[in-house]
Design a protein around this ligand. Structure first.
Ligand SMILES: *[C@@H]1O[C@H](CO)[C@@H](O)[C@H](O)[C@H]1NC(C)=O
Length: 447
């Protein structure tokens, strides 16, 4: 009977599943996740993600602000479903790095800022928007000193706003520090212990590093006032001594004002590091505040267990006293069917509720969501969804939600059959399980 009922729709559903899954699978093994070694002088371009703010949840494209554009045009990086939903939009940038070349680079000078651009820049600055730059799949890390505490953060602000005035300053000079590690893979010679008389390997034959891996990417943002006339003789990537210490004085910083021309520069410093490639993400995962989260998780768990324990104890005592009471009653008035209390309720426990279908649908949906949460958390705990693969967590959640739809449907229909005693109407329950929470989410997102 079931076979006859497989409608054309089922094939469509299977097809859409396959498309979604294969699309999302692109995110499972992004090529950027493999180790890449660079030889000295090799060019690496940084990428830019959307501008984000912790105050407004709305991301904006990097090039919505008058920043320097890459010479070869703006290109998008491949995205997965999770990135799309997170509002990530990774674009190429003109920021060029040459492996192990310390340099100071001029990028461009903007046209005089228009009224609209000034308004936009000021707005983004005041909304605490930040630029998220990525080099070799590593987000730029910024270290700051705040009230004597060293804090680390990814990304750097669009600009500085002065609290008591209307003046804003744009970040136009970036001091990058790239940590590199000499790659000692294929090129390493195994040196004998000497006991077997292997002899000493001449210096020239000792291991030759076959390249450098990028293991850290730090940035110090500054606002520097340049003389646009003096800079006008430079072309993009022309070298000069732009290396400046970030000025603390406001009159040496680049103000955001109409008709002002903003020059963008950066300097790069490559520093050798002992950090190895597999541990380069450690510093991001050790972000401030992790301990606070553990504490609050523990706190809520304790409260939940405590309350559950109290309810359990109260229930236990009530049931016990009731049972002993009935046992005494039983001895006194045997065969009296007019009793109330637990006996009376027995027939009610397995009574069909008023809205049995709604109950089945909700339980099915609950099983689906709980299953998704459990699978995602477990896989994340095993490190399958590292933050190095952007958007992976969200993609995974969606995929698991899709697949666990079968489990949710099964649980809902199972309960339906238990309640009704027959399988009549199970299809409607199954379809409802599939759509109930989707509609719920869509409706709540519209509101
Ligand atoms: C680049 O600058 C860093 C820090 O000042 C220094 O340690 C390193 O040796 C420099 N590299 C080159 C190639 O000059």
């Amino acid at each position: 009977m079931a076979c006859k009922l497989i409608p054309k729709r089922a094939y469509w559903v299977a097809f859409i599943y396959t498309v979604l899954v294969s699309h999302a699978c692109n995110g499972f093994y992004p090529s950027e996740n493999y180790m890449h070694t660079y030889s000295t002088g090799e060019e690496i371009y940084a990428k830019v993600n959307s501008l984000t703010s912790i105050y407004t949840a709305l991301p904006f494209s990097y090039y919505s602000l008058p920043y320097c554009k890459p010479q070869m045009g703006i290109k998008k990086s491949a995205e997965n479903l999770g990135q799309l939903l997170m509002g990530d939009q990774i674009l190429n940038s003109p920021y060029r790095f040459r492996m192990n070349v310390n340099e100071s680079v001029f990028l461009c000078t903007t046209n005089p800022l228009s009224e609209h651009e000034v308004k936009l820049l000021k707005q983004r600055t005041r909304d605490l928007y930040q630029v998220n730059m990525i080099l070799d799949n590593l987000p730029a890390m910024r270290f700051a000193q705040q009230n004597g505490i060293k804090i680390q953060w990814t990304g750097f602000p669009v600009g500085y706003a002065l609290p008591n005035s209307n003046e804003d300053y744009i970040i136009n000079h970036l001091k990058f520090r790239v940590l590199v590690h000499e790659y000692e893979g294929a090129g390493v010679l195994i040196i004998g212990t000497g006991e077997e008389g292997m002899g000493v390997i001449p210096d020239a034959e000792k291991k030759q590093p076959s390249g450098f891996e990028i293991v850290g990417f730090e940035v110090v943002p500054c606002s520097v006032k340049y003389d646009p006339e003096a800079l006008s003789k430079f072309h993009m990537y022309e070298y000069d001594k732009f290396s400046v210490n970030c000025p603390l004085e406001l009159d040496k910083s680049q103000i955001i004002r109409e008709q002002e021309r903003v020059s963008f520069t950066y300097d790069v410093e490559f520093v050798k590091s002992n950090i190895r490639w597999p541990s380069r993400w450690d510093v991001y995962l050790r972000m401030e505040g992790a301990r606070v989260h553990w504490f609050s998780i523990l706190n809520s768990l304790m409260v939940i267990f405590f309350l559950a324990g109290i309810v359990f104890v109260i229930c236990l005592r009530t049931v016990r006293s009731d049972l002993t009471m009935y046992e005494e009653l039983d001895e006194k008035v045997q065969m009296n069917e007019q009793l109330s209390g637990w006996r009376f309720v027995v027939s009610d426990v397995f009574r069909e509720p008023n809205h049995s279908k709604l109950l089945c649908v909700m339980i099915g949906g609950g099983v689906q969501i709980t299953g998704m949460a459990v699978v995602t958390v477990v896989l994340a705990a095993f490190g399958f969804m590292s933050p190095a693969s952007r958007g992976m967590l969200l993609t995974g959640m969606i995929i698991f939600y899709l697949f666990l739809g079968t489990l949710g449907g099964y649980a809902g229909v199972r309960l339906w059959i238990t309640i009704k005693g027959t399988s009549d109407g199970w299809k409607s329950v199954a379809w409802s399980v599939a759509y109930f929470f989707l509609e719920f989410v869509l409706l709540s997102s519209l509101c």
